[in-house]
Design a protein around this ligand. Structure first.
Ligand SMILES: C[S@@+](CC[C@H](N)C(=O)[O-])C[C@H]1O[C@@H](n2cnc3c(N)ncnc32)[C@H](O)[C@@H]1O
Length: 275
């Protein structure tokens, strides 16, 4: 995902979900002084700075990491604060601890990121390595989404196939019956105590189809691989399929031009490193 400017303009759905979840957990997190806190997949940094920073103790330090250089550059340019650090890092890499100077963290957050990671085991192991013993992690990602089914369909179309060869590497829990159970098992096996794990439906709201298209383009991992002159056609193809499948509807309780896509299934996990 290398669309920092676009994501910054169109992440209000993720932001609202993150805000609600942090409100729910902020008093459960047992804050102490001088904590080190990490946000994995921080993107443009607005959840890190506008939502996480205000709820942590004043003495805490906060690090945001993201695989995308573009996102990190955007976050560094936009937010300057002594307590903050933004670093480019793949959470599924072999040497995560060394890259962060062998620092370990009291709390780890991750919002809307881990569904992009093919090696779920490696990501869980790295989160474990980066946490101090007794440290807590709040992990939120998309377990299932109608959008991932559409990506699969697009990846079978001759025109888009070559750009989407790794489509099955994403969204590891899309075809799993009980994502909570499977993810909790993985975390247990890694050395975590799972305190809470539940699924929650969330929709993508937009005022217009164009606005929805922009929000979907901002999180599309395939489009940047395509020549610029066919990217518009690719998005048209995706949006037409969304309309054909009746995934966008007018929301009667909202002003006239509000639409929404069928719900994503978020997986919300709160866990502790115990060994
Ligand atoms: C949809 S954005 C979420 C950003 C922010 N957490 C939020 O909730 O608005 C997902 C972010 O995860 C990042 N990401 C994807 N794979 C990653 C990986 N392996 N390691 C670190 N970050 C990753 C992407 O670059 C992107 O910035």
């Amino acid at each position: 995902m290398e669309h920092a400017e676009l994501y910054a303009q169109s992440n209000s759905n993720q932001y609202k979900d993150n805000e609600k979840i942090l409100q729910e957990y902020k008093n459960k997190l047992n804050w102490v002084e001088n904590e080190q806190i990490l946000d994995i997949g921080c993107g443009t940094g607005n959840t890190t700075v506008d939502l996480i920073l205000p709820i942590i103790p004043k003495s805490a330090s906060l690090t945001g990491i993201d695989i995308s250089k573009d996102m990190i550059k955007f976050a560094q340019k936009t937010y300057k604060n002594d307590k903050l650090r933004f670093t480019t890092l793949d959470i599924a890499a072999d040497n995560v601890t060394e890259i962060l100077g062998n620092e370990t963290f009291n709390k780890i957050f991750s919002f809307y990121c881990l569904h992009w990671i093919p090696d779920q085991r490696k990501a869980a192991e790295n989160i474990w390595k980066l946490l101090k013993t007794g440290g807590m992690a709040l992990i939120v990602f998309i377990a299932k989404s109608s959008l991932f089914s559409l990506y699969k369909w697009l990846s079978e179309q001759p025109k888009w196939k070559e750009y989407m060869l790794d489509v099955n590497n994403y969204a590891s829990y899309q075809d799993v019956q009980n994502p909570c159970e499977i993810y909790s098992e993985l975390l247990h096996a890694t050395g975590f105590k799972v305190i809470e794990c539940y699924e929650k439906e969330t929709s993508v709201n937009a005022r217009t189809i164009k606005e929805l298209e922009k929000a979907l383009k901002a999180v599309n991992p395939f489009i940047n691989r395509m020549p610029i002159d066919i990217q518009g056609e690719y998005m048209n193809c995706l949006m037409n399929k969304i309309l054909d499948h009746n995934l966008v509807k007018t929301n009667e309780s909202e002003p006239q031009n509000i639409s929404y896509i069928k719900p994503n299934q978020l997986l919300i996990t709160y866990c502790q490193k115990i060994s």
